[in-house]
Design a protein around this ligand. Sequence first.
Ligand code: PT1
Length: 262
Amino acid sequence: MGILHVTPDSFADGGRHRGREAAVARALEMAAEGADIIDVGGESTRPGAEAVAEAEELERVIPVIEALRSQLDCVISVDTSKPAVMRAAVAAGAGLINDVFALRQPGALATAAELGVDVCLMHMQGEPRTMQAHPRYADVVAEVCSFLTERTEVCAAAGLLSSRMILDPGFGFGKDLAHNLALVRALPRLVALGFPVMVGFSRKSMVGALTGRPVGERLHGSLALVAYAALHGASIVRVHDVAATVDVLRVIAAVEGVSGNG
Ligand code: PT1
């Protein structure tokens, strides 16, 4: 899954148009590099990020999804927690709702059930603006597993198909380095819950903490986590650096004998 941030190109005339064009071009590039899914997001959920208004998020992501639908044969994912954005994105061609709130915002669960597309349910402690202030767990792995299991049950009761659910432990979402590492080590337990597991470490502060490197120099550390996750059962990796990640995954697939090359 390639990450596509759609933000207006500020301080320039026609910034919105240019921002859209740049996003579409980057999506096509990621598809050519081997991405199977493009995750389109108009609201940052990184630590400390402020919320974006619904109308603004719609203006950012919907025209890009519309443009991509006709040019791309990847699955288009929408990274949102807002029911109106989910609805418009699916109407525009999105086939996956990636919700860092795991459909806990008002109206999101009923909307996703009605839309009938795939959903990624992610664990987060707190909310993006403040989640890194005091992450606290008695047993982070047990708590993440029980949260995700409960969300699959709530979603199933609301009418979502289990076969359309993907789980994500939410690296960096209300978790310190020890919590994140415990969850990486516990990937087989997450996989054992019986759903495809998605992971996102790309350029995150956990990679910075482990390597001592700034955000622009975290590719190699991110790839190490991609390889570890792939070898421990993760099904989807959410990344900025698609070409490098595809190389890692192709090599692992070949060694494991699933490449189709004998
Ligand atoms: C993710 C994810 C996401 N991450 C899913 N969706 C982000 N399903 C956005 C840092 O510590 O992992 N899974 N959507 C981006 N969020 C973060 C969080 C970015 C933490 C950076 C950090 O640096």
